[in-house]
Design a protein around this ligand. Structure first.
Ligand code: PMP
Length: 442
């Protein structure tokens, strides 16, 4: 490993922070333990600096939001203008219509929009709306999907592999405190398996309000839905009167202007957005068909909150979406992703390392398997330990990827040739070290 890399200040800060902040952080996913947790001083463009002064090319992008890069001057200037409103007033501004209209112009299925602050909130409200509109209580989720921290969806797919390599999956709550009773309100089915979905719908379709799906599993290696599967689930939802609720918190305004719905040619009844829409400012949206959305209100379902459509975040979203809609930012992001994947594949293939990329170039997942993964079970069966060894070395050399292989490589419009060259160079060194380590231990 690089002998110059050290994070003494981060380690010391963790020791202090852990006394005031559980796990030393403000979100469980940011804690990598006493020796590895990083504290950041600042980011700019595609790069981050930690408090020890280490510089990183960042492929985590805060789990996706910094689509234009950290501290984008255009977005930050707009956000500063947003401050002139004076803060949330418990009344609405004209900008809300402007941003809703922009979203409706970008995403085909969207006729109406409501704003919230986080992906969690948007999904929670969308699911409630689906229940209110259909008068049904159940929902269906996809194994390996993630939809935020509200209790109804805070269920993980756990796995066990027996001695013969057979995989058993089980859905469990993420952590304690999620009422077990809620497990009785949903089913989980594998991606790309319309038969399993149909089976559930045949048994209890009359009670199902929504199919909640990430069309690209952005929290499970970016595994993509197949086109025929998408057509099939769209028609099953129509047949059984189930709302197709596409969670675009990661894919929205990233994989295409019209999100994964445009990319894959499918239309949601309801969809959710967050992350890329505000370039890091806290804002999210639930959106969809007017027939459904217009039932939000006192006679239908509740949605809102003190900070919904916060003027600073809203101004940032207005500018971010304008840039994503009117410039070639998304094309450049995809091109960078393709170049990165091509270069890394070249290094891996030259060394005989079998691998495949999944998802979209702007948020690609890498699998050390021969065949493209089709569902979460394929992630379980992949060599994710190889990824973990590689990612640990990459981080120490200044390439910040997520230690968990289920998070994709997020690309921003600020990733440039210097980032690409540095990444490829350091990837080669890390790869050779891991391969050497493996050959030594085998
Ligand atoms: N849905 C999806 C698909 C997500 O990826 C996430 C966050 N990673 C969420 C919902 C929750 O969003 P937030 O963290 O903003 O609450």
């Amino acid at each position: 490993m690089s002998d110059r890399y050290q994070i003494k200040k981060s380690n010391a800060h963790y020791a202090k922070a852990v006394n005031r902040l559980p796990l030393g952080v403000s979100s469980n996913y940011r804690s990598w333990g006493p020796d590895e947790t990083l504290y950041i001083s600042h980011g700019k463009g595609a790069r981050l600096w930690d408090i020890d002064g280490n510089e990183y090319v960042d492929y985590r992008l805060g789990f996706g939001p910094a689509i234009l890069g950290y501290g984008d001057d255009r977005v930050d200037a707009a956000a500063r203008d947003g401050m002139n409103v004076g803060g949330p007033t418990a009344l609405s501004t004209e900008t809300e219509w402007a941003v809703a209209d922009r979203i409706a112009g970008m995403v085909d299925s969207v006729e109406m929009v409501r704003f919230a602050n986080s992906g969690t909130e948007a999904v929670m409200a969308a699911l409630r709306l689906a229940r209110s509109y259909t008068g049904r209580s159940r929902h269906i989720m996809i194994e390996g999907g993630y939809h935020g921290l509200s209790d109804g969806v805070l269920w993980e797919t756990h796995h066990e592999v027996d001695a013969s390599g057979n995989v058993a999956l089980e859905v469990k709550p993420e952590g304690k405190g999620v009422p077990p009773l809620l497990r009785t309100l949903f089913d989980a089915v594998p991606l790309n398996d319309a038969g399993s979905l149909e089976q559930v719908l045949k048994e209890r379709g009359d009670d199902v309000a929504a199919l909640l799906i990430e069309v690209i599993l952005g929290n499970a290696g970016s595994i993509a839905s197949e086109p025929a599967y998408l057509q099939h689930i769209r028609s099953l939802c129509d047949e059984y009167g189930v709302i197709l609720l596409i969670d675009e918190v990661k894919t929205g305004f990233r994989v295409a202007r019209g999100g994964v719905q445009e990319l894959m040619g499918v239309q949601a009844d309801l969809c959710t957005f967050a992350k890329a829409m505000g370039n890091g400012y806290p804002i999210s949206a639930l959106a969809g068909k007017a027939e459904i959305m217009s039932t939000i209100g006192p006679e239908g379902s509740a949605q809102g909150g003190t900070y919904a459509a916060h003027p600073v975040s809203l101004a940032a979203a207005e500018k971010t979406l304008e840039i994503l809609d009117e410039t070639d930012a998304l094309e450049r992001i995809a091109r960078y992703g393709e170049q990165l994947q091509g270069a890394l594949s070249g290094l891996l293939s030259a060394r005989g390392v079998v691998h495949t990329w999944s998802g979209h170039a702007s948020m690609g997942g890498i699998f050390f398997t021969e065949e493209a993964p089709r569902n979460y079970e394929d992630w379980v069966s992949s060599d994710y330990e190889f990824y973990e060894a590689l990612s640990a070395r990459l981080i120490r050399s200044g390439i910040l990827v997520e230690p968990d292989s289920r998070e994709p490589f997020f690309i921003s419009a600020a990733h440039d040739d210097s980032c690409l060259n540095e990444t490829v160079e350091k990837f080669e060194v890390a790869l050779d070290a891991v391969l050497e380590e493996r050959s030594g231990s085998s």
